[in-house]
Ligand binder design. Structure first.
Ligand SMILES: *Cc1c(COP(=O)(O)O)cnc(C)c1O
Length: 360
């Protein structure tokens, strides 16, 4: 089976993990600090705080941003459930925003529809850089939302850039969240990261990650606030450090794969929005016969996936009428993610292209 996504590990990654296993600290050692510093440097963020998953990262960012009962949060209708779950864990009212048909991302225009038509004031916005296509918050959302908190869900977008620099530098946001699940740009097995601009926020994120304990010297510690055990272990962090060194190469390879799809599937299917600064986490094609393509590719041992069932269609997240989401619905009827990951070979990609051409 050719999967739609797969991690890329080599001997250096394995050696990095083995070195931690032979050291004195498996967790709360030096690897996490080093990973945070290297990650912050890579995405040009003032601070980075590591978490046990991307979901934990989103939960922490929402907590530190003051999301809670009585607060309302807007996020894209097209995304993973975690972007909606994190604010819901904290008791906030979450509502979804339709995507733009040109970018498959939210924009100020689509936010405005929800924001001004609703009786409720939106406090926090959680945009998703869908599929790794970089959302330009500077040109768009921030101008019109300068008094709001913005938490970027960049779980698809490590390695993408905007006109203001790498996604993750928080040029126009308060927090940016990443995931290191094996399907993502780099992996730690499970893991996540939040980047932010202020020392106070970085400190609050670390407190939340570690049971709400105040950071003190010596033996005395006291819990001052809500907290979880959302720590990343040193085993995971060592893998992350090793993977981070290869990020640029991974992104280059993703661009090669996407470039070939864009050329060879042109006119066969609807192609995804293009940006030279894309992270290409997913390569999503659209076609009216999506289900037939899914089945035909499965019969040829090629795994594809639909990203995603729109959030408002999940029973847990229902509440807004489907008619409010014409662009997301049109996308959902036709979308299919085809294999795109650094380890996909040219021969495997040929097989995928031929299969899509035959069926489409
Ligand atoms: C992967 C992902 C998450 C959650 O990350 P985990 O590490 O799996 O918890 C959140 N949002 C988006 C858009 C994702 O793709």
């Amino acid at each position: 089976m050719i999967p739609y996504s797969h991690h890329s590990l080599d001997q250096r990654d394995k050696d990095a993990v083995l070195a931690v296993l032979s050291s004195d600290r498996l967790t709360q050692g030096e690897q996490v600090d080093a990973f945070e510093q290297e990650f912050a440097k890579k995405v040009e963020a003032p601070y980075a705080v590591a978490f046990s998953s991307g979901t934990a990262a989103l939960h922490a960012a929402c907590f530190v941003a003051g999301v809670g009962p009585g607060k309302s949060v807007l996020t894209s209708a097209l995304g993973f459930v975690a972007s909606a779950n994190a604010p819901k864990y904290l008791g906030a009212d979450v509502r979804f925003v339709d995507i733009e048909s040109a970018t498959w991302n939210v924009s100020y225009r689509t936010i405005e529809d929800v924001y001004f038509d609703s009786d409720k004031f939106a406090d926090v916005f959680v945009p998703v850089h869908f599929a790794g296509y970089p959302l330009d918050l500077g040109a768009d959302v921030r101008e019109n939302w300068h008094d709001k908190t913005i938490i970027e869900d960049a779980c698809h977008a490590l390695g993408a850039t905007t006109p203001d620099g790498p996604v993750g530098n928080c040029a126009h946001s308060d927090f940016t969240c990443f995931s290191f699940h094996p399907s993502k740009a780099i992996t730690t097995g499970e893991g996540g990261m939040v980047t932010c601009r202020t020392k106070a926020n970085a400190k609050a994120l670390k407190t939340f990650r570690n049971h709400g304990f105040a950071l003190t010297d010596g033996w005395y510690r006291e819990q001052r606030d809500t907290g979880f055990n959302y720590r990343l272990s040193d085993i995971h962090a060592a893998l992350g450090r090793s993977q981070l060194k290869k990020l640029d190469g991974f992104i280059t390879r993703r661009h090669e794969i996407a470039g070939r799809y864009l050329e060879e599937l042109d006119g066969v299917v609807q192609l995804p929005p293009y940006s030279p600064h894309h992270a290409w986490h997913l390569f999503v094609i659209r076609h009216p016969a999506r289900n037939a393509i899914y089945e035909a590719l499965r019969d040829r041992s090629i795994q594809t996936q639909v990203h995603y069932v729109p959030l408002y269609r999940n029973p847990f997240h229902q509440g807004q009428p489907i008619e409010d989401f014409p662009n997301t619905e049109a996308y959902f009827r036709e979308a299919l993610s085809i294999p795109c990951y650094p380890g996909l070979t040219d021969g495997e990609q040929t097989k995928v292209i031929e299969a899509v051409r035959d069926v489409a």
